[in-house]
Design a protein around this ligand. Structure first.
Ligand code: GLC
Length: 504
């Protein structure tokens, strides 16, 4: 079969911009697709913190002007061949993206996100029209790109280059559906998703980009099989479960991979001492050095529990905070790193003052320290309330830190409960979302840790598991081809119908 021409559109792509797992996916998936022989480009906003001096960026001569709500917006574009060897195109607009560093990260913390990302969607489509790249499929990631499928169907459906282009929309996190949190919008004011997006600037900030993508994309997927099922239930569907059930035949789940060129304790320059499954005695040196650097008790035998994630309710911090005081009275150490919500930072800082020798707490998040925690810890906590895929548990497996997770979404698809009798399983699961159940699973992990010879066998096996991107990339290719076939058939039907109408 012929290689495909694929465009990814995303609000973030590592190493240029990243706030979470999305930035990792939009870097690694294109790389894996390219390795399978397909042609891939990525389009993303040019934020103020992406500096010309850090990257060899090329300015494109093409410029466009978009007129929207009575205003003119000039756009330029930059291009770079990224470290993984495919082109990344940046959409540049100073007022909307380039000058936004103050008062936020430069990416998301602004009241006019509806306008910013709507115009980004339009500019990305216009860029595709200009490029000498005969795109067959546009892969849109999360709400920031959610208007593209609808625009293609309603605004560009007669465009020669775009009319046969299929779209796939990936849901990374349905909690986020548009510029405004959906649960804050009164029912009466909620976007029905009909027609082209409004040009009324106030209403625009209430648009539901994700809902519109679910209505119009040719195919929809999320980042694990389990979460695809969950999203179609009221419990996890964030009030779009009904919309997804309507599209049930077009909803898929594909688990993310991990880029082992980036996350590998054998070569990771950020861990204190490199190691692999056959050199576990080196892993423990990481624990000793971390303990020393952060003033914890230096002891190779005390189990260390690691956690490197956003400090949010989604990631299960509610449950952890409830247990922390009790846990820190036991024979263990806890190492937490993460950015986020004020209350958790304050609570953790207070608890830290009480347990200086047992709790390591660093905030904001730093990738290099997170990697040291993966390497030093024996057990990794991930009690997320919901988790579309989750990457930390996959990284922790590779670094030999055994995951304790809530049995949902991608966590359930990647972690299986350890059974000491059979030796099967790679972690510890709990099913009901409560501190008690979490404590129960964690206690099982700690008990097993005491039996060091079987624990080491478990660690070695976990480290050898592979969640590389090759298989997911192949599954995406199958979906892309499905979407392309679908749009071709639709257009063919329409043309035959029009032809028939003309005759009569
Ligand atoms: C979001 C999800 C996470 C997923 C990531 C990448 O951050 O919450 O589960 O791994 O996107 O798809």
């Amino acid at each position: 079969m012929k290689p495909l021409k694929i465009v990814h559109i995303s609000s973030e792509i590592s190493p240029y911009s990243k706030s979470g797992g999305l930035g990792d996916v939009t870097r690694s998936l294109p790389r894996a697709l390219k390795r399978l022989g397909h042609q891939v480009i990525v389009i993303t906003p040019f934020y103020g913190f992406i500096k010309n001096k850090d990257w060899p960026l090329e300015n494109l001569s093409a410029r466009i002007t978009l007129e929207f709500a009575g205003q003119k917006y000039r756009f330029g574009f930059k291009k770079i061949i990224c470290p993984d060897n495919y082109p990344v195109f940046f959409v540049c607009q100073r007022k909307l993206f380039g000058s936004r560093q103050k008062g936020g990260s430069g990416m998301y913390d602004y009241p006019d996100n509806g306008l910013r990302f709507l115009l980004f969607n339009l500019a990305a489509i216009e860029l595709i029209k200009i490029l000498k790249f005969d795109v067959q499929i546009i892969h849109c990631h999360d709400w920031h790109t959610g208007l593209i499928p609808g625009y293609l169907k309603m605004k560009y459906h007669k465009d020669e280059k775009l009319k046969n282009v299929a779209t796939l929309f990936t849901i990374h996190n349905l909690l986020f559906q548009g510029p405004e949190d959906w649960w804050k919008i009164p029912f009466k004011k909620r976007d029905e998703g009909k027609g082209l997006p409004t040009e009324n600037l106030e209403k625009l900030e209430l648009l539901n980009f994700a809902k519109r993508a679910i209505i119009h994309a040719d195919i929809i997927n999320t980042v694990s099989l389990r979460h695809a099922q969950e999203l179609m239930t009221p419990e996890f569907g964030c009030q779009l479960d009904h919309r997804l059930r309507i599209r049930k035949k077009d909803v898929y789940g594909i688990i993310n991979g991990v880029d082992y060129a980036i996350f590998n304790p054998k070569f990771d320059p950020d861990v204190y001492v490199n190691y692999d499954a056959d050199l576990l005695e080196k892993k423990v040196e990481n624990k000793l050095i971390l303990q020393e650097k952060y003033g914890l008790e230096i002891n190779p035998n005390v189990p260390m529990i690691g956690l490197a994630n956003r400090l949010t309710e989604q990631k299960g911090f509610e449950l952890i905070i409830n247990l922390l005081d009790f846990l820190l009275k036991q024979n263990l150490q806890i190492a937490i790193i993460g950015s986020g919500g004020g209350i958790y930072v304050d609570i953790l800082r207070t608890i830290k003052r009480k347990h200086t020798k047992k709790l390591l707490f660093v905030s904001p998040f730093r990738e290099d320290i997170a990697r040291k925690i993966y390497a030093a810890s024996d057990i990794y906590l991930m009690p997320s309330r919901f988790e579309p895929c989750g990457i930390s548990q996959l990284i922790s497996l590779r670094y030999g830190s055994i995951p304790v997770v809530h049995a949902v979404g991608g966590l359930l698809d990647t972690v299986t409960d350890y059974n000491p009798k059979t030796g099967r399983g790679n972690g510890f699961l709990f099913t009901s979302y409560s501190s008690n159940d979490l404590l129960f699973a964690l206690t099982r992990a700690l008990e097993n840790y005491q039996r060091q010879s079987t624990w080491q066998t478990l660690v070695r096996r976990a480290m050898k598991e592979s969640y590389s991107w090759t298989l997911p990339a192949k599954k995406y290719i199958i979906l892309y081809r499905k979407a392309i076939r679908k749009i071709k058939n639709q257009n063919l039907k329409r043309e035959t119908k029009n032809h028939g109408n003309m005759k009569t």
